[in-house]
Design a protein around this ligand. Structure first.
Ligand code: ACO
Length: 431
């Protein structure tokens, strides 16, 4: 295979190294480009830019493949659990039984949050979006653990990783409980990760509540499917913020904000809103597929399309197959599931969607399961954030431990005014 790529410009040329990944993905290493030529690359949205080398997650968007550390998500969903996947992503290998036990125990040890954090929830408006609360409270952990936030100290990093995985469910459940005026539940460390979260979310003091193991398993599976997705918007945010050596809580808090947007993790909330809207409007899915194709109409089919997948998103396939199972188990007959299935069928048979290779993504069916379990729509993106936490942490750790890693600082092509003289106020005219 070629070892260099030649770039010609004006009457000159430069040879740049070609590098190949373990799955034969190829890249031109342009690190020397500007230094040698004064030329930079321009790639808005970074669709052609590899921002780093990474050993964590592999995606083949054409074939619909997703693997964490070499293991397919299908295999992990079948045989693993979320905490083991957290270990795998962060440490690179599957743990032994003893290591997993210790890892799991350390996470359970950190599920409580400082009592003063509970007071924050009284100060936010009760209808505050839980993603705003999640990001704010996660960032505020950096002031509760000021003595252990040095991003270059391995002990500080280790304990911060446990704290983040453990506390995110407690923080998330507190925002839900506050929003509905119910007392906050403390974590119960005798329960597994997903059961503990369900218990904090849905237990009320005046009634017995037992976590349904099938529902806990389904939630665990959804967390596995969201656990990492290589250099997506929020993960790139963790790397970028972390590259300044801001502390890990600050970097993760920024990633939560990036995830919130409707073009990223916020799409799971938008999908349900869209399906509800279509349902109220008589369930005419064809009409909405036409809206999505109309260039004059800003409407997009939420939960469809992906920067990397030009085939079925393997996560969507697995989640869809679980929808019927979970809804049957809960005895829920949700008309939105029928609308989603019809919408998928019409879109997949439509030339516009076929030509642009737009398929359902991870967000298309996940909300139907969340809704059936009883999560309010506002919480959907928070659930995504809980699942994505190990991915963010694995990438942060990989970036920080790379001796070649530098502060993230892209260039630009300036297209503004050339130099001009300041105009005193009395000489300015309306343009
Ligand atoms: N509905 C209708 N048309 C679409 C859709 C959609 N959902 N998605 C993409 N297109 C069209 C675009 O209009 C564009 O058309 P054009 O070539 O005529 O201009 C073409 O397909 C390519 O789309 P881009 O937006 O350029 O693709 P990009 O890779 O930048 O965006 C994205 C990917 C943001 C996911 C986009 O498909 C989208 O907005 N989807 C809906 C939101 C969504 O579901 N987001 C969740 C993604 S998964 C995740 O982040 C967890």
């Amino acid at each position: 295979m070629d070892k260099t790529a030649k770039i010609s410009y004006d009457d000159k040329s430069i040879d740049l190294p070609l590098i190949t990944g373990t799955e034969n993905e190829r890249a031109i290493d342009i690190a020397a480009l500007r230094g040698s030529t004064k030329i930079v690359t321009l790639d808005p949205g970074y669709g052609n830019t590899g921002s780093c080398k990474s050993e964590i997650t592999y995606i083949d968007g054409e074939k619909g493949i997703l693997r964490y550390r070499g293991y397919s998500v299908e295999d992990l969903c079948e045989n693993s659990n979320f905490i083991e996947v957290c270990y795998l992503l962060i440490h690179g290998e599957l743990p032994t039984a003893e290591t997993l036990e210790q890892f799991s125990h350390k996470i359970s040890n950190h599920t409580m949050v400082h009592e003063d954090i509970r007071k924050f929830y009284d100060a936010f408006p009760s209808h505050a979006h839980p993603m705003a609360l999640l990001s704010s409270v996660v960032c505020s952990l950096s002031v509760f653990y000021q003595d252990s936030i040095n991003p270059t100290d391995p002990n500080d990093v280790e304990i911060s990783i446990f704290r983040l995985i453990a506390k995110i469910t407690t923080i998330a459940s507190y925002s839900y409980k506050t929003s509905i005026g119910q007392p906050l539940n403390y974590p119960d460390n005798s329960l597994d990760y997903s059961s503990n979260f369900l218990n904090m979310m849905f237990r009320i003091p005046c009634e017995d509540y037992e976590v349904d193991p099938d529902i806990a398993k389904a939630l665990d599976l959804l967390f596995i499917l969201h656990a990492d997705h290589e250099q997506n918007c929020s993960t790139s945010t963790v790397r970028l913020v972390g590259s300044s050596q801001a502390n890990i809580f600050a970097a993760v808090s920024a990633a939560i904000c990036a995830l919130w947007g409707p073009r990223h993790g916020g799409a799971n909330q938008e999908v349900i809103k869209m399906l509800e809207w279509i349902n109220k409007d008589g369930g005419n899915v064809k009409k909405y597929v036409e809206f999505a194709k109309d260039r004059e109409n800003p409407f997009r089919l939420m939960g469809f399309g992906h920067r990397v997948y030009k085939n079925f998103d393997p996560r969507a396939r697995i989640i869809k197959s679980y929808c019927d199972k979970i809804l049957n188990k809960l005895g829920v007959n949700d008309p939105l599931l029928d609308i989603a299935k019809q919408l998928e069928e019409v879109a997949l048979n439509d030339d516009y969607f076929k030509e642009k290779k737009l398929y359902p993504n991870v967000d298309f069916y996940s909300g139907i399961i969340y809704r059936a379990i009883g999560f309010p729509v506002d919480m959907f993106t928070v659930l995504f954030a809980i699942g994505r936490m190990p991915g963010w942490l694995a990438h942060w750790k990989e970036m920080m431990s790379d001796p070649k890693s530098k502060i993230g600082r892209p260039r630009q092509i300036y297209t503004g005014s050339t130099e001009r003289k300041y105009i005193p106020m009395h000489k300015r005219t309306e343009s």
